[in-house]
Design a protein around this ligand. Sequence first.
Ligand SMILES: Cc1cc2nc3c(=O)[nH]c(=O)nc-3n(C[C@H](O)[C@H](O)[C@H](O)COP(=O)(O)OP(=O)(O)OC[C@H]3O[C@@H](n4cnc5c(N)ncnc54)[C@H](O)[C@@H]3O)c2cc1C
Length: 1012
Amino acid sequence: MRSLQSEIEQHGARIFELVDQHPESLFSKAGFYQRMMALSMRDEQFKVQMFRFVDVLPSLRKSGDIVQHLEEYFAGMHNGFAPAIQSGVRVARFVPWISAFILRRNVSGMARQFIAGKNCADVMKTLRKRHAEKIGFTVDLLGEAVLSEKEADEYAARCLDLLECLVRETQGWTDPLGKDSELFPVLNLSVKISALYSQMDPADPTDAIAHLAPKLRPILRRARELGAFINFDMESYAHKNITLKLFKTTFGEGEFKDWPDAGIVIQAYLRDAEADLRNLINWGRARGTRFTVRLVKGAYWDYETIKSRQNGWNCPVYFQKPESDVNFEALSRVLLENESIVTAAFGSHNVRSIAHAQARADELGIDRSRFEFQLLYGMAGPIKRALVEMGYRVREYCPVGQLLPGMSYLVRRLLENTSNEGFLRAKFSENVSAAELLRDPKELVRQNRANLPEATIPTIAEDRHPKNGASIESPPGDIYENSPLVNFVYQETQEKMRTALREARNRFGEKYPLVIGGEKVWTDKLTPSVNPSAPKEIVGYVAEAGIPEAERAVKAARAAFDKWSRTPFEERARLLEGAAAIMDRRRYELSALEVFEVGKPWAEADGDIREAIDFCRFYAERMRQIGRPRLTQHVPGEESYQHYWPRGVALVIAPWNFPIAILCGMVSAALVTGNTVIMKPSEQSIVCGAMLMQIFEEAGVPPGVLNFLSGRGSVIGAHLVDHKDVDLIAFTGSREVGLRIWESAGITRPGQRELKHVICEMGGKNPVIIDSDADLDEAIVDSIYSAFGYQGQKCSALSRLILLEENYDRVMERLLSAAGSLRVGNPEEPGMMVGPVIDEAAYKRIQEYIEIGKSEATLAYQAKEVPPEGYFIPPTIFTGVKPNMRIAREEIFGPVLSVIKVRDLDEAFEVANGTDYALTAGFFSRSPADIDRAKAEIEAGNVYINRSCTGAVVGRHPFGGFKMSGGGTKAGGADYLLQFLLPRVVTENVTRHGLAPEETPEYRDEFLWPQR
Ligand SMILES: Cc1cc2nc3c(=O)[nH]c(=O)nc-3n(C[C@H](O)[C@H](O)[C@H](O)COP(=O)(O)OP(=O)(O)OC[C@H]3O[C@@H](n4cnc5c(N)ncnc54)[C@H](O)[C@@H]3O)c2cc1C
């Protein structure tokens, strides 16, 4: 008996033989497309620019814009192809409309390479041709990202229309093999689940299924009546578990339980694919009806790796291409071994993967009529033909739709075709030998492992800067690794959060003391902290400090300063790392507390704890970098070292909107630099403050070094700001209070030692501009999130959306329906985007602003349904807003968005910069020149291009603004700690009678005061 490998080689050789009889280049359409792809494969920079240009082109309406983008993308390229490209650009400038026409036609041609038709009638031409070639089809409706329920309903309706049309047009078509045809209905529709529900949140599968199932049922019902097959496509990892669960739920329902014409995709590049497949098979056996699995490698490899790197998540995909190939083969085997319940559809263009499935099927005695190969429209034509000739069943995946929605699909295909790792490129462009292409991928995995030293084999926390780490000197943010966000895609993490919420509820009403000089202090007054979603619920009570406690705290901090300031920075850094480790351990508990105390949705609460952990770790590392005295300049005979001393007693006054992160950020910076601290949390988040105190106590903060004082800002806050023994004030909060502190700190009181230093972070009135060529799928999702995420209560939140006349209507139509689809409710439930505002005062103030908005501008949207109890403000959008109106100038701090229409980009920048604030700003555009302008011109401490304007990450996005937004400091940035320190230089003449040491070390040990 021959080995499986030789069987595979034989099958593969036969496919290649047939392929070579009809030679065809990788790209069946010659001309422009072929030239572009060939260039892309030779030149990475060209490839990036070309794909970006292709991506933006369909959204450009005017010929002049097309030529301008062409120039912006390509004119500055400095490489071997530059002369040719630049002369093309020059010609284009003279005759823009002809050039635009030609470019459009060529790019449309490229898209037509992969998109089988604009609509049903159009796609039928292709389907008929394929039918004659004995190739079946599955159609897939291309769509824009679905941003609203209106768009989701439209997608569902289009699916139904397509089914009706296709059934009419394919009447009388028979199975090409004439055998086992009952397993393979002629009419086959592939459905994208994410297009059916706009608010799908991985953390909330129950909600997703509750919305998806009713939309799917009519499609399934009709498909069943028409004898059609429905396949669930698989998209990004975030949607995988919901898609699997939806499949099992709907096809487990009585109505569909005995219906075999249903399929789902398994992606072999996922590490957990085998577990999912086996789970599906077990489900199928229990259900007792056949179903189909389309096995693919997966289309989102780049996206998944980037996303998981950004969030610090375990990467769900394999890192080595041959690992995906090995897994594909392992899963092929599982599928074929379970042929009695599952029909296999192998979705691959890779001859090795295909030949393996064929050889395995032979080995298991499965007739070739009982499974099929599926390939994409526009790719690998000769392989399809070869498979048909060999008597296999072949189905083509045919996307249908317009050019604009088709762009993301087109770019995925272009990436796949030009990928260094891809089979098609190797075979059809680089003519790699058949023997090489048919090698066992296991051998390649082994070989790769043997060639790489163990340490360099990418692991989950692998090489963090593979592409962008161009400079030799590492940037400041690289000195540490951000803590990963919790990924709520997993059932396990969802469960942990639910348990933490239950436990947090059980602790409602607990009482917490002040902590002064290491002692727990109770006063005769307790401040209650309420749940803004249900104000009758008291989350906890904290003892309320008055002036006597404030005085006691200053004394304790002053007394502890002497020793703490002389404690080596390494010890102080370790204290922060200890606190970070405790927060990591208590992560879910702390997040749950935030859900209740300040109304944060799950992911926002988790983001806050992550930020607190990051602050501790980042500042610990930064302190290690700046802690040692450093030589100022090499000069013979003299040594000068600069180093830092702490300032003294720091008063930290924090807001409630990032109740642990901001408090912890300011406290940890003050502590690690050797200051002693009085920490005053916001009155609305005192339990979070008490919790942070517990954490630092557990981490071992010495008595008096950190003192916890909860109380009224107007009483103890004001008293301490003016106190002669307070040397430093770190404040984050409203402009009103911030300016008062700034002024008051400027007065020198009798007995004061130091000039008081104020670190002051205040609010914003943050603009986002959407340029005329912006990708609206992204711009609208991100704008909605920036404006309404955490109810618009982030100082970074978007509050002024600036739209150009040119695309105003297009944006508004989608924006309003997207806002209308948001989930508003108690954030205890996962997946809520908009929860309650913080308290009754905020509720009233925001309502007042809404009334002002109604009198100044036009109320374009306001959500109708909000929970009756709790401080819920419906997401609200005003249009017709002018820059001088109050709702366009004053910070509202709630879910209220003002839309300002402007003539052009000049006016957009003018409006964006025309407020008192300069905190964050966003700009969405695909014009490199406009992006450069935004980078240079927008007045904001944090300018975000083509992404949301909230969610700064420690070390990555040092955060803070200027003008009336703050004093120009950057929390989470390289120089933040310097704000808490006094620089000092010690110079020593080291010459003795003309003799000086030859070498001067760059660093000295820390200058600590002599031990007493
Ligand atoms: C009919 C059909 C339907 C499809 N439906 C879906 C679907 O629903 N969902 C979906 O996600 N995809 C789907 N795909 C797309 C499919 O995932 C890609 O076309 C396919 O992965 C290409 O694989 P290949 O075997 O043809 O080529 P190969 O060149 O052998 O494999 C390329 C694939 O290897 C993987 N890969 C690349 N680099 C690495 C690396 N460094 N480490 C690990 N793995 C790597 C990627 O998955 C890449 O796509 C479908 C494909 C077909 C043919």
